[in-house]
Design a binder for this molecule. Structure first.
Ligand code: CU
Length: 143
């Protein structure tokens, strides 16, 4: 049943597909869950914590909760001050440009650092304290 459903959803799947990927878009499944999960509360005019650190090649899950009001979060895949042709240094698994989060709900965002740098995230939904809501993801090089 699941396989039949997966086959319908992915008609042009490549020949070599690991079965767990073909049937599990759920980021909370045990095999897909990254090692480190960081909870971020978007509350009032702040993200808490406002700074998240990871290493290049590390995958983390940010569980962002909109406390008391709906918010949005947009994470720049480009380092702060990046020049025009710089490739992105953060990759998103199941990525969206702006995650809209309903009041008191939590959205998991899976990211992987691919280049060292500082990546800013901001609220992307008009809310009371919109302008000052921001935080940073700092990706450091592997030793
Ligand atoms: Cu806002």
């Amino acid at each position: 049943m699941f396989l039949a459903l997966a086959a319908m959803l992915i008609p042009a799947a490549p020949a070599v597909v690991r079965p767990q990927i073909a049937q599990q878009p759920d980021p909370h499944s045990p095999t897909n869950r990254p090692v480190r999960v960081i909870s971020i509360a978007a509350k009032g005019s702040t993200f808490d914590p406002a700074v998240v650190q990871l290493k290049v090649d590390e995958k983390i899950e940010l569980d962002v909760t909109a406390v008391g009001q709906p918010i949005g979060i947009r994470i720049s895949p480009f380092t702060d001050g990046a020049k025009a042709n710089t490739p992105p240094g953060l990759s998103f698994l199941f990525g969206e440009d702006c995650y809209k989060i309903k009041k008191d709900q939590t959205v998991p965002i899976l990211i992987e650092g691919t280049e060292p740098g500082t990546y800013t995230f901001r609220c992307c939904k008009a809310c009371g304290n919109h302008k000052s809501m921001e935080g940073r993801i700092i990706v450091s090089a592997n030793p």
